[in-house]
Each structure stands twice: as C-alpha cells, then as structure tokens.
Design a protein. Structure first.
Length: 210
C-alpha cells in the first residue's frame, strides 16, 4: 500500500506534538533533559564512557555535553577520569550518588515512560519496530550516530525463523525474539557493516512471512 504526502504530514505532526509534550515534561527531578539523559546513558556502564562517544550516543554536540558534565560534576553525580588509552580524552562515569539518581530516573514514569505504561506488548512491539526504522533513517541522513539498535547490529537477523511470535534471531545470545523485545539501546550491540545493515533494513521492512 502506497502512502500519500498527507499521511506523512499527519505522522510528522503527531511526532512533533509528542516531542513537544515530552520536552515540556522532561525536567525530571528538576534536571534539564540533557543532564537526565547523561545519567540514564551512564547507568549500567560501570567502567564509564569517553565523552566523545557519550555525545555521539546522545546525539548532542560536544559543547552541549561539556556544559552538562560540568553541572553534574559539581553536584557530585559524575566523575571525569583521565583515559589511560588517550591522554587527551576523559572517561565519564557515575558516582555512587549519581548511580542512585540514574536508577530513580529510569524507574520513574516521567517523559515517554508515562505515555507507554498502558500499551500492551503488541503495541509496544509495533512502536519499537517503527523506532528501529526511524533511527536507521536518521543515521542514513547523518542526523544520528550513537543509537545502539538491533537493526544496526551485526548479530541481528530479521525474520530468520519460522516462528510468527519470535521471527527475529540474535546471534549474540543465540535466541529468537519478537518485536516487543527489540532493543533501541543495547550494551552488547556490535555495529554491522554498511552493506549488511542495508540488507537487514530492506528485509525488516517486509511483512512477516506467512
């Protein structure tokens, strides 16, 4: 089924409205959205992450990240340590207090989380599927480089099984899974080669085989 320009405009308007709503509500714990995003991104990464990689992952400029890191460091929520592999770089990691704050943010219902709590697994799966494709398009247009999605991973095999409920296969954990288990930010993601990811994107867009 083909799509019209009006359908695309309606979809874009809906996303813009949701984005505006979330921005207005995203000052969780009186934290600006970027600072909250840094804490969430560092949670579960005890070794920390290079500032440059963190900026890429969050899709923000190095200058914007630097401003946020200064404030978070002043609050005692992060630590910046010299990178042993590169004297010009710094490793950013959560402090004990920062880890507690990150857990609170991840466990809360602010921002998008509050809008998703009533969605069933099938609807969440549809949303995660569309998110994978939109992040891929953003990467193709040079708008994002950091998201660690299934679709961008070399281990991802879309529609590789005969199971309608679990049609995809992850080569890392060696298990099939469904749309509701797609990951948008996977710590084990290993970026696939451009040709492989493009082929997976074409396959992923197809309807589930009968």
């Amino acid at each position: 089924m083909s799509t019209s320009n009006d359908q695309r405009r309606q979809a874009a308007a809906g996303l813009d409205q949701l984005a505006s709503l979330v921005r207005a509500q995203s000052w969780s714990k009186d934290l600006p959205p970027t600072q909250a995003a840094v804490l969430r991104a560092l949670e579960g990464v005890p070794a920390g992450q290079r500032a440059r990689q963190l900026a890429e992952r969050l899709g923000i400029s190095a200058a914007s990240l630097s401003d946020s890191l200064k404030v978070l460091e002043t609050k005692g929520w992060i630590e910046r340590l010299p990178d042993p592999a590169d004297g010009r770089a710094a490793i950013v990691r959560l402090s004990v207090e920062g880890g507690k704050m990150a857990q609170e943010l991840l466990g809360g219902e602010g921002g998008m989380a509050g809008l998703l709590k009533r969605l069933e697994a099938e609807d969440l799966g549809a949303l995660l599927r569309i998110t994978q494709l939109m992040v891929y398009e953003a990467q193709q247009q040079g708008l994002a480089t950091g998201p660690r999605t299934c679709l961008g991973c070399r281990f991802f095999q879309p529609y590789a099984t005969q199971d309608r409920d679990r049609p995809h296969f992850c080569g890392f954990v060696q298990k099939p899974f469904g749309d509701a288990d797609l990951r948008v930010d996977c710590a084990e993601q290993d970026p696939g080669k451009k040709q492989q990811v493009a082929a997976n994107a074409r396959r992923f867009r197809q309807a589930v085989p009968q």
